[in-house]
Design a protein around this ligand. Structure first.
Ligand SMILES: [Zn+2]
Length: 328
């Protein structure tokens, strides 16, 4: 039998040691190559688009360009997700490499130890990386003529701790005993295609999200949950009752959607412990990206994520995150 791709040397194209050994200039060149990839790696002005720019380094040697046309200055991260960066670029490359080398997720406390930074810095950095992943995941096109897609839901967050004494314990399945923070992640996963998650209060709330993102010509697969009955109107929908079987002949299963939840659940249990509130969607999008790119070499994953970060605007949610009185 052929060796699994992830066990081959082709899957390991970047080592942390090689990133750590990079000089400032080398790390800089990586960012320049990825930011201006569509301009042969040549810098141009992000303010006015003028290609005539010249290097005007900061007194500390950090790279900075000046535009001949509008006279404005910019750095390699100006106007990107990593704008206003405080650490050397090498540390950002290191953070992306550490983040992508994990398979389920990365504990932000562990990331702060790896990078030797405060927890706050690692927290914001990890969320900016997730933001880059999310930008790609949101664009995922699903289904169409001759395509098959699976849909499934999984509940996350809103943990209610059982009371110490048995006589004080309540039935945590009842709505009045829950916190209201528990949400369902609904995923649409095309077979041999992309993965698109969303976060909702109930599975039934996800129906319009599914209809909006999946063309009617797509063959759909779902489990026995009553919430999906409504999809019979509008789609060819195959059902699998998991109490009877996990897979039936003719490709009737939702195993691809289950794989996504398996990865996400392990990220919750193994790294994040509590996933709820506004970040749940980010974690779901991270899991979707990891699923869709799981068979790529780690070096190309890192390149791809840095390129995504360079294409995205400064983070609305995480710029100056700790300087605010209210969280994102
Ligand atoms: Zn300019």
């Amino acid at each position: 039998m052929a060796q699994h791709f992830l066990l081959t040397s082709a899957a390991r194209t970047l080592t942390l040691a090689s990133v750590a050994r990079m000089s400032d200039e080398e790390a800089e060149r990586v960012f320049i190559r990825l930011r201006w990839a569509d301009n042969d790696g040549e810098a141009f002005c992000p303010h006015c688009g003028c290609p005539t720019v010249y290097m005007a380094r900061r007194p500390n040697g950090a790279p900075r360009w000046r535009c001949k046309a509008c006279r404005k200055d910019f750095s390699v991260t100006s106007g990107t997700l990593f704008a206003f960066h405080k650490m050397p670029l090498r540390s950002y490359l290191m953070a992306v490499a550490i983040f992508m080398n994990e398979v389920k997720g990365k504990s932000m406390l562990a990331l702060s130890r790896d990078l030797g930074t405060q927890y706050k810095i690692a927290f914001v950095l990890a969320h900016k990386i997730r933001e880059a992943l999310a930008a790609e995941v949101r664009q995922t096109a699903i289904g169409g003529e001759g395509k098959r897609a699976e849909v499934d839901g999984g509940y996350f967050g809103g943990y209610v701790k059982p009371a110490n004494r048995r006589e004080n314990r309540v039935d945590r399945r009842l709505r009045q005993n829950q916190t209201g923070k528990r949400k369902v992640v609904v995923v649409i996963r095309e077979r041999n295609g992309g993965t698109l998650p969303g976060v909702f209060r109930t599975e039934a709330d996800a129906l319009s999200f599914i209809r909006r993102n999946v063309p009617a010509s797509t063959e759909m697969y779902a489990d026995e949950a009553g919430s999906w009955n409504a999809l019979h109107a509008g789609y060819t929908l195959h059902r699998i009752n998991h109490q009877e079987a996990y897979s039936l002949p003719g490709g009737i299963y939702t195993n691809n959607a289950e794989s996504f939840f398996s990865r996400m659940r392990r990220a919750e249990i193994g790294h994040h412990h509590h996933v709820a509130g506004p970040y749940l969607l980010r974690f779901a999008q991270e899991a979707a990206w990891r699923e869709d790119h799981r068979r790529e070499a780690n070096g190309s994953q890192v390149d791809r994520v840095v390129a995504l970060a360079m294409r995205n605007k400064p983070s609305v949610d995480f710029c100056g995150y700790w300087q605010r009185s209210r969280t994102a």
